[in-house]
Design a protein around this ligand. Structure first.
Ligand SMILES: [Zn+2]
Length: 443
C-alpha cells in the first residue's frame, strides 16, 4: 500500500485500505440502551456492590439470556416440552445454563445472535468452546464495572455511547431525581424517551399532573404549556441530545381516530414535542415498525415486525421544516421507500439496521442501496445494545459488513478513472461512523 495517504490506490489495494479505515475509526453509537455504573448494576462483580434493579447490564448471564436467544431456544425446546412460565421462574443463571446447553452445546451456534456472543467472548480473550458457563462467570466476577466499560469501549472502538432514558419509567425517573449528577459520565449521552406521552396520552397526562405539570385528559392550551415545561425541564436535567419514541407499524400522520397516536397524541406531537425540539435544535427520533408481544408467553422475546407507513414520515418532514428527524424502520420492505424519502428532505436522517435487520445479508443489502441513493449522507448503523458487552460483536461485525460494501463501491469509482486515496476513505469512514450523527445533532 502506498505510504502517501493522498496518492491513488490501485483497485487491488482498496479492500485492505477500506477495512483498516473502518476498523480504526472510533464510533459514536447513536442509539443504545446502555447505562454507566451510576445507574446501578444487578450483576455480581469485583466491587461487591449489587443493585437488583440497576440498569447497567453486562456479563455472560445477561448476554446469553438476551431476548434474541430466548426466542431462539424456544425453536429447539418448544413450549410444549418446556412451558414459558417454567422458564421465567428460573434464576437468570439457570436460564443462561438452559440456553447454553440447547443452543451452544447441543446445536451449532450459527445464528447471528449466537455467533455474536462467541465473537464477544473471543475478543475478551476467552475460549468460546467451553461446555459450561462457569469459566466465563469467573472472568466476569473479577471485573469492576467502571473499568470494564473502558475495556469494552476500547475493544469495540466506541468513543461515545448514547443512552435511551425513558422518563415515564419510575425506576429511571427516581434515579435522575435522586442524583442530579447521575448523567455526568463523559462516555455517555442521554436521550429523552417519551413513548407514553404520544401513545397513551391520558395515562401520561395523569402521571405528569402528579409531578406538578397539570395536564387535562383532553389537552387544552394550558396543558400544552405544561407539557412543554415538562419536556424542557427533563431535557435540561438529562442534557439530552435528542427526543425519541418507538412506534408500531400502524402509526399514521396525520392520525386517524383510533390510530397509534390518536388525536390527543397527535396534538401533543404538533403543539409540544416538535416545537420544543425545534426551539432547542434537537432531533426527534422515530423508530417505527415493531409490533409488541404477538407471543405473550415469550415476554420481551415475543415482539414482531410489521410494515410501516413512510408517507407519514414524509408528511412530518414536509409540514415541520424547522424540525430535524432521525428515523429507523424495522421492516426490510420499508427500506427502499425510506431511503428515497431521505433524498427529498434534508431534515430526515435515516439510521441503522436494527433487531431483525442486524444480519450480514440484510445490512449488506440495505447499506448498498443507501450508498447508491444517498452517497455517504446517512448513519449506517447503531448497536441498539442493551448489554454492554454486545458492543464488542455488534461493532466488529457491522464494521466488516459496511467496509465490504464500500470496498466494492470504491473499486467501481476507481474504474471510472477517478482517484481513490486513503485520505478519501478515512474521511468517509469518519462521516459514516461518527460525524454524520455528530453534525446532525449540533447543526
Ligand atoms: Zn432500541
Amino acid at each position: 500500500m502506498p505510504q502517501d495517504p493522498l496518492s491513488p490506490l490501485s483497485s487491488a489495494e482498496i479492500p485492505a485500505a477500506v477495512n483498516a479505515a473502518f476498523v480504526h475509526q472510533p464510533v459514536w453509537d447513536m442509539h443504545t440502551h446502555l447505562y454507566p455504573p451510576t445507574f446501578g448494576t444487578p450483576v455480581t462483580n469485583a466491587t461487591g456492590q449489587m443493585d437488583p434493579n440497576g440498569h447497567m447490564l453486562w456479563g455472560v448471564d445477561e448476554l446469553v439470556t438476551y431476548h434474541y436467544l430466548v426466542a431462539e431456544v424456544y425453536r429447539v425446546q418448544p413450549a410444549s416440552s418446556f412451558p414459558y412460565e417454567q422458564f421465567w421462574q428460573l434464576t437468570r443463571a439457570q436460564q443462561a445454563d438452559h440456553i447454553w446447553k440447547y443452543l451452544f452445546v447441543e446445536r451449532t451456534p450459527i445464528s447471528e445472535a449466537c455467533r455474536g456472543i462467541l465473537t464477544t467472548l473471543q475478543k475478551l480473550g476467552l475460549d468460546p468452546n467451553e461446555k459450561t458457563l462457569a469459566p466465563y462467570r469467573k472472568f466476569f466476577s473479577q471485573q469492576k464495572p467502571d473499568a470494564y466499560i473502558d475495556r469494552v469501549m476500547q475493544i469495540a472502538n466506541v468513543k461515545t455511547i448514547t443512552m435511551t432514558n425513558p422518563v415515564f419509567d419510575d425506576n429511571e425517573r427516581q434515579r435522575w431525581l435522586g442524583a442530579p449528577d447521575i448523567g455526568n459520565d463523559p462516555r455517555f449521552r442521554a436521550v429523552l424517551r417519551i413513548d407514553p406521552l404520544l401513545r397513551d396520552y391520558p395515562a401520561a397526562a395523569g402521571k405528569i399532573s402528579t409531578w406538578d405539570y397539570p395536564a387535562a385528559a383532553k389537552p387544552d392550551a394550558e396543558s400544552m404549556r405544561q407539557i412543554r415545561r415538562f419536556l424542557g425541564d427533563w431535557l435540561d436535567r438529562q442534557k439530552a441530545i435528542y427526543v425519541a419514541v418507538s412506534l408500531p407499524p400502524e402509526f399514521r400522520y396525520p392520525a386517524l381516530p383510533g390510530d397509534a397516536l390518536g388525536l390527543a397524541g397527535q396534538a401533543v406531537l404538533e403543539q409540544a414535542v416538535l416545537p420544543v425540539c425545534a426551539e432547542r435544535k434537537l432531533p426527534f427520533a422515530m423508530m417505527i415498525g415493531s409490533r409488541l408481544r404477538v407471543q405473550p408467553g415469550l415476554r420481551d422475546a415475543g415482539d414482531m415486525v410489521g410494515q410501516a407507513d413512510i408517507a407519514s414520515v414524509v408528511n412530518l418532514c414536509r409540514d415541520f421544516p424547522k424540525n430535524k428527524f432521525l428515523v429507523s424502520m424495522l421492516p426490510r420492505e420499508n427500506q427502499h421507500e425510506l431511503a428515497v424519502a431521505a433524498r427529498k428532505f434534508s431534515n430526515l436522517m435515516i439510521f441503522g439496521c436494527w433487531w431483525f435487520l442486524n444480519n450480514p445479508s440484510l445490512v449488506d443489502e440495505i447499506t448498498r442501496m443507501r450508498v447508491e441513493l444517498l452517497g455517504t449522507s446517512f448513519v449506517p448503523q447503531h448497536s441498539d445494545a442493551r448489554i454492554l458487552d454486545q458492543l464488542v460483536y455488534k461493532w466488529d461485525h457491522s464494521r466488516r459488513w459496511i467496509a465490504d460494501v464500500f470496498a466494492e463501491k470504491y473499486q467501481d469509482l476507481a474504474a471510472t478513472g477517478r482517484h481513490v486515496t486513503q485520505e478519501n476513505i478515512q474521511r468517509d469512514a469518519r462521516l459514516l461512523l461518527h460525524d454524520n450523527f455528530a453534525e446532525y445533532v449540533t447543526r
